[in-house]
Design a protein around this ligand. Structure first.
Ligand code: SAH
Ligand code: SF4
Ligand code: F3S
Length: 473
């Protein structure tokens, strides 16, 4: 594939002017009361990170945030197009906003994100949901203030879909949702065109942020107390290829790892076709990179992998896993799997089952194939009926449950460093996570949220561990 020319630019002065103008309009409309926004994010962490930029811009325009759409002056859904189910949920929930608009005609309802980059979706919204005033795709994020301002002042509906954007914009104000767990995008887009996947069509070509901006942001996060930082990209392993001075992902994460502090570094997602030994060695020798590899294999059958355009086979995948297990002590592996890809037979599916038995993943994200408009797989022959696919899917879940239970019970008696994340409403117990991304429940005070603790694992229930604090007493 030819090298892409990527240009970086700061969010323009003009956009900051629009932010000020929005603040002035809202000041008048609300007669000095704080304007409120309700932002709902669907989909992956890439979308979560985009929503944090939108919230950053809204915050600069004086907005506060609410948990219920009824109380808001501005409602935004940031949408995901990856499977039909994701899209259906959005359509359903947007429909429900109609009554809110009727009750509060002043409210601005907006939709953005991956779904909106698809022409047929934008058309459907235009026709079926006249109360939606603003629609913009992933490529329009850098002029969101201008779009919002125009919607507010002229009241006309605005629909904006970008072209394949090769630019990177920096300098967004970011309002992070958490204060100890955070997302850090290192690249955007995807060049892989797996035949089932919509992402390259809605997020454009792969482009990497400059190393220095990433390092600066990572160091600021570490300094301000972030304990768990996830570097984001659709395929982080190809980070840096489009930069003027190419640099590998292993080099980038290795440099971030040099920053002093008590924190974990994670990354998502790592494509098996270019998960290098260099990266595995870097994890093995690092101080902060979690001993966790999310390595989606999608299918255990070479025939299906080829039809998916994944560019690796079962053998290569297993070799990568074997190398990683050998080098990284206590490695935890997770993966994504698609069941029922067009043309997949039960024999193919059994190859997936045997692969998960062989690797023994900590946990899996499993999906039934969902045809996406405009992708090659959409028009491939798909003779297996949905009920049959559901049976295979259940078999996959049952097999994984057995594996996860075995893996988890092997941890009983050990002491693990965990990050305390939240408190369970029902039981008052604390939820924590190990470096390998395994959930641990333990008794304790909610003041411990956001801190690392050593926890002795006392029992295992399926894929969840129970433990108690053990700080060496
Ligand atoms: N870039 C990441 C994945 C992004 S999408 C990677 O390559 O691993 C997250 C997961 O959704 C994919 O790994 C895949 O398992 C699943 N997925 C994507 N498109 C799908 C489709 N059309 N039907 C079912 N699952 C899909
Ligand atoms: Fe989709 Fe494949 Fe790109 Fe992942 S690597 S986002 S599955 S096209
Ligand atoms: Fe969905 Fe877009 Fe992520 S399609 S999975 S939100 S990149």
């Amino acid at each position: 594939m030819t090298q892409q020319i990527v240009k970086s630019d700061q969010l323009s002065e003009q956009q900051f002017e629009y932010i000020k103008l929005i603040a002035e309009i809202m000041e008048i409309r609300k007669r000095g009361e704080k304007p409120l926004a309700f932002i709902r994010t669907y989909g992956c962490q890439q979308n979560v990170a985009d929503s944090e930029k939108i919230k950053g811009m809204l915050e600069k325009a004086g907005f506060g945030f609410v948990d219920a759409p009824d109380d808001a002056d501005f409602i935004l859904f940031n949408t995901c197009a990856v499977r039909e189910h994701a899209e259906d949920r959005v359509f359903g929930n947007v429909g429900a906003l109609k009554n809110i608009k009727r009750r509060h005609p002043q409210i601005l309802i907006a939709l953005c994100g991956c779904m909106m980059e698809q022409e047929h979706v934008a058309n459907r919204i235009y026709k079926s949901f006249p109360f939606v005033g603003l629609v913009f795709g992933t490529h329009s994020l850098h002029h969101f203030p201008e779009l919002m301002y125009n919607s507010l002042v002229n009241g006309k509906r605005i629909f904006e879909r970008g072209n394949d954007d090769k630019m990177i914009y920096e300098g967004f104000p970011v309002h992070r949702d958490g204060n100890f767990k955070g997302w850090l995008p290192i690249m955007y887009g995807c060049n892989n065109f797996c035949t089932y996947c919509i992402v390259p069509y809605v997020r454009g070509r792969e482009r990497s942020r400059e190393k220095d901006v990433i390092l600066k942001e990572a160091r600021e996060m570490i300094r301000s107390g972030y304990k768990d930082i996830t570097l984001l990209g659709q395929n982080v392993n190809s980070y840096g290829k489009t930069l003027e001075q190419p640099i590998s992902f292993a080099e980038l994460i290795g440099e971030i790892d040099q920053t002093d502090g008590d924190y974990w570094l994670r990354f998502m997602t790592s494509h098996p076709k270019d998960c290098s030994k260099e990266l595995i060695d870097t994890i093995a020798h690092s101080k902060h990179i979690s001993k966790h590899l999310h390595l989606p294999f999608q299918s255990g059958s070479d025939r299906v992998l080829k039809a998916m355009n994944r560019h690796y086979d079962r053998k290569k995948y297993l070799e990568t896993v074997a190398y990683a297990k050998e080098k990284i002590d206590g490695l935890s592996l997770t993966s994504d799997i698609i069941v029922g890809f067009p043309g997949e037979t039960y024999e193919d599916f059994k190859e997936t089952l045997s692969l998960i038995r062989e690797v023994e993943f900590t946990s899996l994200f499993t999906f039934i194939f969902s045809p996406r408009k405009g992708t090659p797989a959409e028009s491939m022959a798909d003779p297996i009926p949905p009920e049959e696919k559901s049976k295979w899917f259940q078999e996959l879940l049952d097999t994984q449950e057995e594996i996860a239970a075995k893996r988890c019970s092997s941890m009983v008696g050990k002491t693990e460093k965990v990050l305390i994340e939240s408190v369970k409403e029902k039981t008052g117990e604390l939820n924590a996570r190990t470096s390998g991304n395994i959930i641990v429940e333990l008794p304790g005070d909610s003041e411990l949220i956001g801190t690392f603790q050593n926890v002795k694992i006392t029992s295992a229930r399926n894929w969840i561990l129970k433990g108690e604090i053990d700080n060496g007493g």
